[in-house]
Design a binder for this molecule. Structure first.
Ligand code: PLP
Length: 364
């Protein structure tokens, strides 16, 4: 016996989604982004699942790469933000990592370091996201400096990140892309530009490498989903059970603050899942859930360990009924994490990475 809440991870779906990313970009190599513990799915297991398919993995920081290496993962690993301090270069070298270089100080640190083997490098240019990267006007100089360090760096690629690749209005995307294309042609540089929405919707920006992340986990990042993005399969199913049922009359408040008030005689189910598990407390009344594979909705504020759902139209639902907060029901129905996110005024990324360690991951 145990608390019924689990995050069930479908590793076949992960492989399917990765293969879809590859199929969409047959001339690119796709690095599987495994940062933030593989978006909450468990980086080591996901790495083992994709090891035979993916030519490289990507993480945000060296600590995440160390975890993968210590688990015996031998595939090349890219640090998407490079090093955070110069002393990390020892580990980069020792573990055979690749890295982004987005700042002058990183470039200088590499120049001052003597690796046993030249480090594969992605030179990051700020083409309009205005977060990390060299100003386009300084990119050529940085590129040439890297080319002059063949003992220190190798396999240099041009990297950049799109701010709006998920949006149907592609004007800003195109301004970034045109700048990058011009730069890549001038430097004769191979590129790595594409995140998930770019992989799905902008084949013109596919490069020597692509960097799909959230799509591998079955979330569709596009503002307007496409026939292609609809082929993604959910990887995580956050699954629990009804642990109690309340029969209430009209006008009864449910949960903290009495936010939800019954409109008539109602059956309310109590579910073992709350914000202490990472379920978003911003979920409004009406946020969909699946009970025994049938859609119903949250009724009342999410508590730390529990939440409440309306069972009034589901008379067969009872203690022990399956509740899917997002993902696939055993009864076949699917509730996308993207849809749940809209009811929480957030995006799938925060829901998936937000599932807390208290929730056991079960792999299939
Ligand atoms: C996280 C990340 C990605 C993956 O983005 P998705 O939208 O999840 O596909 C790609 N590139 C960089 C630099 C990132 O930090």
């Amino acid at each position: 016996m145990a608390r019924p809440l689990t995050a069930d991870i479908d590793l076949n779906a992960l492989r399917h989604n990765y293969q879809l990313a590859c199929e969409l970009a047959p001339d690119s190599r796709s690095v599987a982004v495994l940062k933030a513990d593989a978006y909450g799915h468990g980086a080591v297991v996901c790495a083992r699942t994709l090891e035979d398919l993916a030519p490289a993995f990507a993480v945000a920081a060296i600590e995440e790469a160390v975890v993968l290496r210590e688990a015996g993962i031998k595939v090349p690993i890219v640090l998407l933000e490079g090093i955070f301090s110069a002393d990390e270069l020892e580990t980069v070298d020792a573990l055979g990592l690749s890295m982004a270089i987005h700042s002058d100080w990183q470039l200088q640190a590499v120049q001052d370091f003597s690796p046993r083997k030249p480090i594969p490098v992605w030179l990051k240019v700020d083409s309009g996201m205005h977060r990390l990267g060299f100003h386009p006007e300084h990119a050529e100089q940085a590129w040439k400096r890297l080319q002059s360090l063949p003992d220190k760096v190798t396999d240099v690629h041009l990297m950049s990140h799109f701010a709006t690749a998920d949006m149907t209005d592609d004007r800003y995307f195109l301004s970034q892309f045109n700048l990058l294309q011009e730069l890549a042609e001038r430097l004769d540089a191979p590129t790595c530009l594409a995140n998930s929405p770019t992989v799905l919707a902008h084949s013109e920006a596919h490069g020597a490498w692509n960097r799909p992340g959230v799509m591998l986990y079955g979330s569709d990042p596009l503002e307007l989903s496409s026939d292609t993005s609809r082929r993604l399969q959910p990887v995580m199913s956050l699954r629990s059970e009804i642990i109690a049922v309340r029969e209430l009359g009209k006008g009864e408040p449910v949960g903290y603050g009495g936010r939800y008030v019954t409109q008539g005689p109602a059956r309310i189910g109590v579910v073992a899942c709350g914000y202490g598990d990472g379920y978003d407390r911003h979920a409004v009344d009406g946020t969909p859930v699946l009970v025994d594979g049938r859609r119903t909705a949250i009724a009342g504020k999410v508590s730390m360990d529990m939440l409440t759902v309306d069972l009034s139209d589901l008379p067969e639902a009872d203690i022990g009924s399956e509740v899917v907060l997002w993902g696939k029901s055993r009864h076949g129905a699917v509730l996308s994490v993207d849809e749940v996110a809209t009811y929480c005024d957030t995006i799938s990324y925060t829901l998936l990475t937000g599932v807390l360690p208290r929730v056991p991951r079960r792999y299939r």
